[in-house]
Ligand binder design. Sequence first.
Ligand code: IPE
Ligand code: IPE
Ligand code: MG
Length: 241
Amino acid sequence: MAKNSPPSGGPRHVAIIMDGNGRWAQARGRPRLFGHHAGARRVREIVSACPDLGVDYLTIFAFSTENWKRTQTEVSGLMALFRRYIVKEMRDFVKEGVRVRFIGDRTRLDQPLQDLMDEAEAMTRQCTRINLTIALNYGGRDEVARATKRLAQDVANGRLDPESVDEETLPRYLDTCLLPDPDLVIRTSGEARISNFLLWQSAYAEYEFVDTLWPDFTREIFTDVLRSYGARERRFGAVTA
Ligand code: IPE
Ligand code: IPE
Ligand code: MG
């Protein structure tokens, strides 16, 4: 198979828990933020690999609702990095056809960052080559709680009949309402947990836990992970002949 041809039966939506930036920096005797900057540079490489690999949707976990527990230095450094990242990448996103969306609770983020997120979404609205979703102040439980609140409001004001609620209803209220469910969730850095990422949406996702730390996660490693996905059999509860 040619190096860049899409693996047959490859995943259409890949979600990544980008973990290991801190350990990567620590191994070099540098502060954790040094690892976050290296990690941010890696994102571009993985995003641009997607169209050739047949991936239409890439969703990346950048900051969780639990990450506020980190030191003030790390949190404010990360927020500054997100602002700078959006400013720096926006034009290239448009040029490369990257449609950007954000999921998570924006209301806790500072106003300049919220404005940049709105701007990036508006500027890339016409882009169709790849859908990049950045999870920022995102938590699966928080998302379900926020969705439930809106659903309950619709019941209270008579727009939704509680008798009609089924498993198609809640996803319409989730931040991911415009996205298909992920086919494959990758976590780097060797940890085998999902840390509150896409809880509802990943009910039938395949998982790959790779030892590589996020700043070392290359296009080649990404391609290998997608190939091993192609060899899996997804049953969705049924029995194959
Ligand atoms: C992931 O890397 C990035 C964020 C959570 C923002 P970590 O910062 O969790 O790196 P480790 O797990 O401490 O190595
Ligand atoms: C998950 O990584 C969140 C992101 C990658 C943004 P963490 O490093 O925060 O997760 P835990 O604390 O190891 O579960
Ligand atoms: Mg971590």
